[in-house]
Design a protein around this ligand. Structure first.
Ligand code: WT7
Length: 661
């Protein structure tokens, strides 16, 4: 169990607000139970009904689920649709057409509003620019953009013409970008000259140039550059085009191309338990169905809502709950370019008041850092803003500790707003286990119950069900429409990672440990069971960071990376490093640690920088040479090592590792 969870044990149950619950789409537990029962009784019929009701099909599907080549499941396969048409065109001629789709607030506070009609025009015009460049159905387009409306437009424009996008978070390095461009075989990059965050301008285009210069990117024909700031950037003649150049003369009418429901809408890279990131491939029909439906179910979206998901489009949360879900559901949403702490840590609360936000969805890490700021400066406390517009709060990305939950509930939600603690993953496409705001009694720190149709369970290593109250492995027993389809270029890894034969090959293995409460059967996620860390809600593979460290071939002989609990970031990266030279101490160690941290930032991105680096002459290994990570986890936490060390080749190393550096 995570150390930060253990401080407050909150056993109270918070019932949904009766007035709000009565008006909700899923009003009360009996409505929830009825949907679950429908899915149990007639699984395919349930999904068929929802897919017909929530999506516009250019060609209706005749078959719901194809399990003949499991675990490569196919949903609604002979149906055809377009994701962008389902987000934009479908609203034309309805009251949503002239509604505000996006309230964009820039880093410097400038606000622009874009209606659905205008957004359709801008997406269509950009789609025409892509077509004019020779980009078409099935091509992969890499998007490396700031958190701006233009990022969403780029994604929607790709979807409109059937191109598969792959968004890379703006905090990743040139090397990470390079690796993804090559794996995806991308034909174009869409980027910006700079990104604006916290009052600063950070280069994006220069990083793209650096990545492309690493070689092997011959597939890239064009780099589209959005000029976010007045600062010039390097432009390569014949390859690079500004948005203005690309859009000049393009019509704002571009018919959306109908594609098969299984057509890959996007590939999004995420970390796994090996050094190489996985390209998670998502479909068009099943993915979009769930993005839309979870807006309605989890957020109880109503026409007058102002929805705000603070995630960046570089992560799955920004795909499902910024770029697709809110638009498919016809919501007005807020998109914010900057960081929560600029110009001060009251920015989120001030923005909620300014835009009369009704549904606010953010990560526990953000909440924890804003609690800390509010405790030391009353001016940035949520009490300084009028948050009366809020009606639902959400949490995503990592377990929320009960203290943070209670603070969020009281100080942001005024003890009036339910908190939906949504458990899901890049691979699941959308929410899996979450309270419903008008139905589920809330228990702080628990993501409560699976959504209807999601057959989540807890099993042992052989795949057998485990009784409530006992911890085990989280699995999903039946496929669901928005599930990962495969790992791009690596179907074998897909099978092995998610449908292990040791467990029968039929269960989707989430990679998380979980336990269900004995009384209510509520799920609580206890953390990853593989070598994946969750730092500030960002997923990092320990192996990836290890490979980055040992790629410093001049300095580093060996490295092992583990996580340790951290009050602010949930988990922190802790690296044990054996240098080629002598083990440094004092200032020399600090200087060396800084050099290696910067190296990791260059290899992967600043988000992967180890918080702790400890130098050792050796790593604890078994006689067969396996690094004993469990021991290292204890050392990283500063705990006494209680594990059996009898198989350890070099027990003396533990003392050295335990010393402060
Ligand atoms: C991992 C997935 C979900 C989209 C953003 C992260 C952890 C996510 C919760 C939650 C406890 C959570 C899990 C999961 N996680 N949400 N509500 N409670 N843990 O997506 O980068 O694919 O990471 O994040 O460990 O496996 P991701």
């Amino acid at each position: 169990m995570n150390a930060i969870e253990s401080v407050l044990i909150e056993n109270r149950v918070f019932a949904p607000n009766a007035v709000a619950a009565a008006a909700a789409r899923i009003s009360g537990m009996s409505a929830y139970d009825a949907l679950c029962a429908e899915a149990e009784r007639d699984f395919e019929g349930f999904w068929e009904r929802l897919a017909r009701a929530n999506l516009v099909w250019s060609k209706p599907f005749t078959k719901v689920l194809d399990e003949s080549n499991a675990p490569f499941y196919k949903w609604f396969e002979d149906g055809e649709l377009n994701a962008s048409a389902n987000c934009l065109d479908k609203h034309m001629g309805t009251p949503v057409e002239h509604k505000t789709a996006v309230i964009f607030e820039a880093d410097d506070g400038a606000v622009t509003r874009t209606s659905y009609r205008e957004l359709l025009s801008r997406v269509s015009q950009f789609a025409n620019a892509l077509l004019a460049d020779g980009i078409g159905k099935g091509d992969r387009v890499l998007i490396y953009m700031p958190m701006t409306l233009e990022g969403v437009i780029a994604m929607q424009a790709c979807a409109r013409i059937g191109a598969t996008h792959s968004v890379v978070f703006g905090g990743f390095s040139a090397k990470a970008l390079h690796e993804r461009i090559i794996d995806a075989g991308a034909v174009a990059v869409i980027t910006a000259n700079y990104q604006r965050r916290g009052g600063r301008e950070l280069p994006l285009k220069a990083i793209v140039d650096e990545g492309l210069a690493m070689g092997g990117c011959e597939t890239i024909k064009t780099v589209f550059v959005y000029q976010r700031t007045a600062n010039p950037c390097n432009m390569v003649a014949g390859r690079d085009k500004t948005f203005a150049e690309a859009l000049a003369g393009q019509s704002d009418n571009c018919p959306a191309l109908a594609v098969g429901a299984e057509h890959p809408l996007f590939v999004l890279y995420t970390s796994g338990s090996t050094g190489k990131p996985k390209g998670v491939q998502h479909s068009t029909g099943g993915y979009l169905l769930w993005a839309k439906l979870t807006m309605d179910w989890t957020f109880d979206l109503q026409p007058s809502d102002v929805f705000w998901c603070t995630a960046d489009i570089g992560w799955i949360t920004g795909h499902s709950y910024v770029a697709y879900g809110p638009l498919a559901a016809g919501a007005t949403q807020i998109i914010y370019e900057g960081v929560p702490t600029f110009p001060n840590a009251g920015r989120f609360w001030q923005m909620i008041e300014r835009h009369q936000c009704t549904i606010f969805y953010t990560a526990p890490t953000a909440i924890r850092s804003l609690i800390k700021a509010a405790e030391s400066d009353a001016n940035v406390h949520p009490a300084r803003s009028n948050l009366g517009s809020l009606r639902i709060l959400g949490s995503v990305g990592e377990p929320i500790n009960p203290e943070a939950w209670m603070w969020y509930y009281r100080n942001v939600g005024g003890e009036r707003c339910p908190i939906v603690d949504t458990f899901w993953q890049t691979e699941t496409g959308g929410h899996m286990i979450t309270p419903l705001p008008g139905a589920t009694p809330l228990v702080p720190g628990s993501c409560t119950l699976p959504l209807p149709g999601i057959m989540a369970a807890i099993v042992d290593e052989a795949g057998h069900d485990i009784a409530n109250g006992t911890g085990g492995l989280l699995v999903v027993k039946r496929p669901w429409p928005s599930m990962i389809r495969t790992i791009w270029n690596d179907p074998e890894r897909f099978k092995k990672a998610y449908f292990p034969t040791e467990m029968g090959g039929k269960l989707y293995l989430a990679g998380d440990g979980a336990v269900r409460s004995a009384d209510r059967g509520y799920f609580r996620i206890t953390g990853r069971i593989d070598d994946v860390l969750n730092v500030s809600g960002h997923r990092l593979g320990t192996m990836e960071i290890e490979s980055a460290l040992v790629s410093h071939t001049v300095l580093v002989a060996e490295a092992a990376v583990v996580g340790r609990p951290d009050d602010l970031t949930g988990e922190a990266v802790c690296a044990f490093v054996v240098l080629k030279g002598a083990r440094p101490t004092g200032d020399a160690a600090a200087a060396m640690a800084k050099e290696l941290r910067d190296w990791v930032a260059k290899e992967i991105g600043p988000l992967a920088k180890p918080k702790d680096i400890r130098f050792a002459e050796n790593l604890p290994k078994t006689r067969s040479g396996k690094i004993m990570r469990r021991l290292l986890r204890s050392v990283a936490k500063g705990e006494a090592v209680t594990q059996d060390t009898s198989t350890l080749e070099n027990p003396a190393i533990l003392d050295q590792l335990g010393q402060a550096w």
